[in-house]
Design a binder for this molecule. Structure first.
Ligand SMILES: [Zn+2]
Length: 197
């Protein structure tokens, strides 16, 4: 259409989640028409974020600080750790502003079908934090899928002998639903209704 730069831009945009070729073309056109106002600030933000943002060594959250802002926040309840599958789930819980403890991002769920085993999960930092002491409750907020349930069982067996109470978020989490798609009220209800795992 207008040279390899435009094709490359559209091709890269189209690979982003939620984008397809059509939205990629629209976004590219909007930016190309206003390079100073839209494109260069975005390019700078992308570069800054790519350089600065890393997984937190303690919980796996993405942040430009390590330990992350949440782990470093003295106001948070350090006796509670909420285990989530991904950073998107952590963001959902933070957006809902219903939870004041710490998190742990597992980075996936066990899956025989996809060949995801315990060694593929971000588990050692969680075990280390529990071993340090002070943690009394681990809340499992994993997806209500077969893999999520398998992972919850496995984690419960792993964590309970360490002397922590292991609970699971309650009803309201739809089957196969990631926390990210839930509205804040449903999330709050699910968190309140947690029970022994
Ligand atoms: Zn952290």
């Amino acid at each position: 259409m207008g040279g390899p730069e435009i094709d490359r831009l559209i091709g890269l945009l189209a690979r982003l989640p939620g984008m397809g070729p059509r939205s990629a073309r629209r976004a590219a056109l909007k930016m190309l028409q206003q390079p100073d106002a839209r494109m260069l600030p975005l390019a700078a933000a992308l570069q800054d974020a790519a350089r600065a943002v890393k997984p937190c060594g303690s919980c796996g959250n993405l942040d430009s600080r390590d330990p992350c802002t949440i782990c470093a926040d003295a106001q948070r309840d350090r006796a509670m750790i909420c285990v989530v599958e991904g950073v998107g789930d952590l963001w959902a819980l933070e957006r809902a502003a219903i939870y004041r403890g710490l998190y742990h991002v597992l980075g996936g769920t066990l899956s025989a079908l996809s060949g995801v085993g315990p060694e593929d999960l971000n588990l050692p930092p969680l075990l280390a934090r529990i071993a340090e002491g002070g943690v009394t409750e681990v809340i499992l907020a994993l997806p209500a899928t077969v893999d999520g349930a398998t992972t919850a069982h496995w984690l419960t067996d792993r964590l309970r002998p360490l002397g922590v109470s292991v609970t699971k978020v309650g009803q309201g989490v739809p089957i196969g639903g990631a926390l990210d798609v839930l509205d804040d009220g449903t999330l709050a209800a699910a968190l309140r209704a947690r029970r022994a795992s």
